[in-house]
Design a protein around this ligand. Sequence first.
Ligand code: CP
Length: 306
Amino acid sequence: MRHLISPLDLSVTELADILNLAEDIIRDPAKYSECCHGKKLATLFYEPSTRTRLSFEAAMLNLGGSVLGFSSADSSSASKGESVADTIRVISGYADICAMRHPKEGAPLVASMYSEIPVINAGDGGHNHPTQTLTDLLTIKNLKGRLDHLTIGLCGDLKFGRTVHSLINAMVRYPEISFVLISPDELKLPTYIREGVLDKNQIPYKEVRSLEEVLPELDLLYMTRVQKERFFNEEDYIRLKDTYILDAKKMALAKEDMLVLHPLPRVNEIATEVDSDPRAAYFKQAKYGVYARMALIMTLLGVHVD
Ligand code: CP
């Protein structure tokens, strides 16, 4: 039985297989429309979500399976004090696979230790979000045509941004990747990733404060939201929340084929005028999330279609 807790749980070869499968699903969705008939996905979401939960559910329904679950801790017995370990033991008897989002780092890992079904980490605190990374890789591969030889700008909340942490872990395994880390001092990439992932793998990177200064050199700009829910005091959030606002004037500084990605939801960090720019790929990215998760569910359930 396989779980997906960290992006590193999948080798580069396994990732390539999942991306290839997702691309085949995009080409011929009808071929896969019944392959999970009789299988159930449980979505255990202790923290709010629109894209991740609903794209997981759409993915399972597209494969002919069924879904069950809860969308907040308040509507589950977690509100009565039930542990994640007990919950997953019970859910193992109700479903074939589960996707779990939790505000506490490591909760899906704990669940996987007690589970009799595959557990997928759908985001754990400020730690990891491996299925967003699968979505990002599928988007980059399809829209840039490659996963190597890229200068990637990561902008905004690099401290708590789990999508950024997971993406860095995944991308350092491809040739000729470099990063430009764009953030205020208070939201810089944590040392355990800067030293433990970038330095350790001798990946070129620089840390800057100004987005304008580096925009012309980027192949890909990954914008992120300053996350109110991760701040301990509101004053800091208010001071930092609008540090970066990507608008049409700034986009004029970027390469003609630079891709703008964002895991969403966005607040102010991308002006809506950018949405009509052909380089804005964040809504396409959200749609790729369904295909990435369909391929992942099939892989973890060991379902094959000829
Ligand atoms: N990208 C993402 O995780 O979005 P949700 O929080 O809406 O699931």
